[in-house]
Design a binder for this molecule. Sequence first.
Ligand code: ADP
Ligand code: MG
Length: 459
Amino acid sequence: MQTDGLWKAVLGEIELSVSKGSFLTWFKNTDLLRYDQDLTIVGVQNVFIQQQLEKKFKDLINETLTKKGYPSKKIEFKIITSKSTKMIYDEPVILEDVAVFANDEEAEVEKVNLNGLSHSYRQGLNEKYTLDNFVVGAGNELAFAACQSIAQNPGTKYNPLFIYGGVGIGKTHLIQAVGNALAVNNPSIRILYISTEQFVQEFVDALRFRKTADFASYYRSCDVLIVDDIQFIAGKEKIQEEFFHTFNALHQANKQIIISSDKPPKDIPTIEERLRSRFTWGMSIDMQTPDFETRCAIIKTKALNHSVDLPDEVVEYLSNNIPTNIRELEGALNHLLAFCEMRAVDPNIGIATSLLGSSKVRPKHLSAKQIIDKVSKYYQVPVEDILGPKRDKDIVVPRQVAMYILRSELHLSFPKIAKELSRKDHTTAIHSIDKIEKQFHLDSDIREAISAIKERLYA
Ligand code: ADP
Ligand code: MG
């Protein structure tokens, strides 16, 4: 257990410093088998990964361990047969996906030994992502509701479902969770989850091994296709063409398609128009960074999964200081838990502050004034007008948004919010915040404004 937490923290850090492809290929299925100051042993899945980690990433692992407060004189990599987080297979997996999907040039050597495409449906699904362990709150509830609905009735209402939003806010978790929920309800359903990078890589392999027909029929014969990070398809004409035909075949057959992206279809550069328009055929949802309360709930839940009941003070501290990226938030939490576990102490605010203070993330102390200022800049309405008596719509909306953000980010009381906005009556604040909360679900301009303002606040 101890090593588990430490390794998670180390991986969290490494994930931020290597490319996504490298991380998935080399680190994803590793385990910490033993830590001590003289010898640390990392478990890996095959000799190929063992050699690569030894050759290319040993220093990085060592540095990261040291940074987390766990230096070790020696690091070894041992091959373990299977990992505890098993995936569900409905037929044997012939290829080692790690080697096939590898992005690095060195992987070429290994790939030529493999003769084409051969793998099972459900290969990409990771059981750890479920709808049940996804914390729902402002920012992600629309996306969650759509996913829940698809988990019950795939291929009907929202097809395709296109979810977009910033890094680390739970897109992959949600779309994987749909796949897992469907798999539970219907064991024979053919579900494919694939990252766009893998999709591209497989396509390139298929071309090389002259297996494009296999590739096409494999993807066109699933019941549910989940494609993560579609923005990586930008500029790749051949794969866009291939994806276009896959999309059409599935859509016509009422098969569910779920797509995630870090930006809306209209902002993905160099993408074929016909593909872009298809992305918006069903439902597009802009997922937002979870607000303060949701972030707190996520931390609490994750800590409880480790059987730790974190003091509120610590929860709020983490949530305040890592406002936009849940992956980083989780990384910081794992770091804290590992630190406390190894030293057999209870987490407290002092430890949290010193750990976080020493990492890249700096505490932010936002003031009400800064918030009002950013709202004023975003809407290009002078602060005096926001604080003044005017009741024109283009001033009232920024005023209400300012109140909403004061509440969601600083948790000020209603009277205090009213005071900051120079309103006499605190019921104004109650009504305004209520109004924005309701509009948040209906009005994408409001959602975009709030997320842009928050991003600038924490930038
Ligand atoms: P994205 O794909 O948007 O970059 P991920 O889905 O990979 O983000 O999420 C990053 C991490 O944060 C994952 O470990 C995920 O489980 C966790 N996470 C994000 N949002 C939530 C949530 N609402 N409830 C629980 N965990 C979450
Ligand atoms: Mg993702």
